[in-house]
Design a protein around this ligand. Structure first.
Ligand code: HEM
Length: 591
């Protein structure tokens, strides 16, 4: 099938009556889950936690919403008819998914997982259209790496790659309206030019001592948990650590995020956390008129965070100006100020937006990736042994965190690149559990057309283009029979050569790829190097090991411990393990 691209007239929508049942169900599920999210005191929000009256209310709202939807929804984009739609036989599947939403809790399932099931059930097309109007514009799920590459690379029409989707605007309270994440054209180019040198590998090596400085509280907490045997959230520990690291690298400030006494933490951190909390459920990106109170709270917190960040920048600016030549600050912020004459209000405002963006992007994704890395290592003895052997040979036999930090401070630039297996662990973790993605959208009438390997062409103007990494990076056509398995070895030796670079895109690709890629790699290798030999992690609750009659874990044919249940991601701005990765830890016994 070859489809002619729709260009000039694609903004003209043709009215066609549609009452596709799966879309109605989708709407029912969205409306009722949104409604349920108004009861914030329920931790897991399963339908069973609600009394009869609340259940009745939920059912009534869902029914009313679907009735209105059927009545009001007469518009259909006929020009998208050429993109594979979810067929009706998915109706039952969707119903099942909806049932699970309600059983397990409405926030407990990441949309990527649902997309993966839908995609497999319609024969794995490279693009799939999910129509979520009137909640959102229709969304083209990009499921093939060739097409993902086309929506992220430079073209004649879009020299800096197709624009980001306006749906990103729900993040403005966190990252600011002039954030590098959302800017377009030359404005974006200028920002990228200003901050690129700060994130370059050479500059990052000079920041290594600042990063290593932040590690001690982290291993102290792990030591305490090992001594007490109590359970803890790995997410909390790692997210505090990554906040401290990003504060040190970007501004050379001590945010004290790892202080367990919250009153000792920097106020920026406390406000930022509170702000992120307001995104933690289905209200994530709903319009303000559905969530007026949350929107008000977000804006209030955003304003206060912005003021504090601006104050920090002003202080840093004065310090940088007064520094003696031999004692220059190495922070990313200091480097970005190198050629500036004065801190004008406009420069202050855009810099504050970038700092907030770095604080957010620099801690959130890495936290998720490291939780998954330690979880996968904890249930894959083969890989844990390989990491430990590698660390012994690269860093020497002393696994005390102080010794590891001292070795890295002396010679990290040469030692870290030698950790090839550790690097493969991180790479494989990001393949299977990608925390983030990219979302683009071109104006109707632009004529932005992508080409499938099978010859079809799809004009994607006016639809949200979501590069679905969780599907792309598990494509059996690329990763074979082990596409769903965690196998770090696939990234080592000859085998790795056969994987197309565009099929691994956790940091996205093209001009708008992640500016913090090298920082993330550096930080994660340091953390794994410090932790992997000293501690044994054991998952508790969701995803924990299944034990045999002797109380021992059993290996499956893939070399991983059998588990009682599956640990999975949920959506909290980015993808994160649903339970915060509850763990127990003990000091590893010496072989
Ligand atoms: C495992 C860790 C990380 C992952 C998986 C990741 C992933 C991504 C992805 C997918 C994008 C593209 C977003 C989009 O197109 O909307 C991105 C952009 C970005 N990331 Fe990261 N990131 C990570 C760590 C970091 C770190 C440590 C920083 C440090 C500040 C950072 C800062 C940024 C920024 C500023 C952008 C926007 C770049 C631009 O548009 O020019 N990220 N990241």
């Amino acid at each position: 099938m070859l489809v002619r691209p729709v260009t000039q007239n694609s903004h003209q929508w043709e009215p066609v009556h549609t009452n596709s049942p799966q879309i109605i169900l989708c709407f029912v599920s969205l409306s009722s889950s949104t409604f349920l999210s108004y009861f914030p005191h329920r931790k897991y929000r399963s339908i069973r936690q609600y009394n009869m009256f609340e259940r009745f209310l939920v059912a009534a709202v869902a029914l009313l919403a679907s009735y209105l939807y059927i009545k009001l929804r007469y518009i259909r984009f006929r020009q998208y008819a050429h993109i594979p739609q979810l067929p009706n036989h998915l109706l039952l599947g969707h119903l099942k998914v909806f049932g699970e939403f309600m059983q397990r809790g409405v926030h407990d399932r990441h949309p990527d997982k649902i997309f993966e099931e839908m995609w497999a059930s319609i024969g794995r097309p490279p693009v799939m259209l999910v129509d979520l109007r009137p909640i959102n514009p229709p969304m083209a799920l990009i499921c093939g790496h060739d097409i993902a590459e086309q929506i992220s690379k430079s073209t004649k029409l879009f020299p800096f790659s197709p624009p980001k989707s306006p749906t990103l605007s729900h993040m403005i309270p966190i990252i600011g309206s002039t954030s590098i994440l959302g800017r377009e054209g030359v404005d974006w180019k200028d920002l990228r030019k200003r901050y690129n040198p700060g994130f370059s590998p050479q500059h990052l090596w000079s920041l290594l001592p600042l990063i290593l400085d932040k590690m001690e509280p982290f291993w102290n907490y792990l030591d305490q948990f090992a001594a007490s045997g109590s359970t803890f959230s790995l997410e909390t520990l790692i997210s505090n650590l990554t906040f401290d690291v990003i504060g040190a690298a970007v501004m050379e400030v001590h945010l004290n995020a790892q202080h367990m006494d919250h009153s000792k933490q920097s106020e920026v951190i406390r406000l930022f956390r509170e702000l992120l909390q307001t995104y933690n459920d289905d209200k994530n990106n709903l319009p303000w008129w559905i969530i007026p109170l949350t929107t008000w709270k977000r804006n209030r917190l955003a304003k206060r965070t912005d003021m504090l960040v601006k104050h920090m920048i002003q202080q840093k600016y004065t310090e940088i100006r007064e520094e003696a030549d031999g004692n220059r600050s190495r922070s990313i912020l200091a480097l970005s100020f190198q050629d500036t004459e004065a801190l004008t209000p406009q420069l202050l405002s855009t810099t504050a937006d970038q700092i907030r963006s770095f604080l957010f992007a620099g801690h959130d994704t890495n936290t998720s990736a490291l939780q998954w890395a330690f979880y996968e290592l904890s249930r894959t003895p083969r890989a844990l042994k390989a990491v430990r052997d590698e660390l012994d040979s690269v860093l020497g036999p002393d696994s005390d965190p102080r010794a590891v930090c001292a070795a890295l401070a002396r010679n990290g630039e040469h030692l870290l690149p030698l950790m090839r297996y550790t690097n493969a662990v991180f790479k494989e973790t990001l393949r299977l559990h990608p925390p983030a993605s990219t979302v683009r959208m071109t104006e109707p009438g632009t004529g932005f057309t992508v080409h499938a390997p099978t010859g079809e062409e799809y004009c994607l103007d006016g639809v949200i283009m979501y590069s679905c990494q969780a599907v792309i990076q598990r494509d059996p056509a690329v990763y074979g029979d082990t596409a769903d398995d965690w196998v770090p070895e696939r990234w080592l030796g000859e085998a790795a050569q056969s994987i197309p670079p565009s099929a691994w895109r956790p940091f996205e690709r093209g001009p708008r790829n992640c500016i913090g890629l090298e920082l993330a790699n550096l930080e994660s290798r340091v953390i794994i190097a410090i932790v992997a030999r000293r501690y044994d992690f054991v998952k508790v609750g969701l995803g924990e090991n299944a034990l045999d009659e002797k109380g021992l874990p059993t290996l499956n044919e893939k070399g991983q411990y059998e588990v009682e249940s599956e640990l999975y991601n949920t959506r909290r701005m980015t993808s994160k393990p649903v339970d915060g990765t509850i763990m127990r830890v003990k000091l590893a016994s010496k072989p």
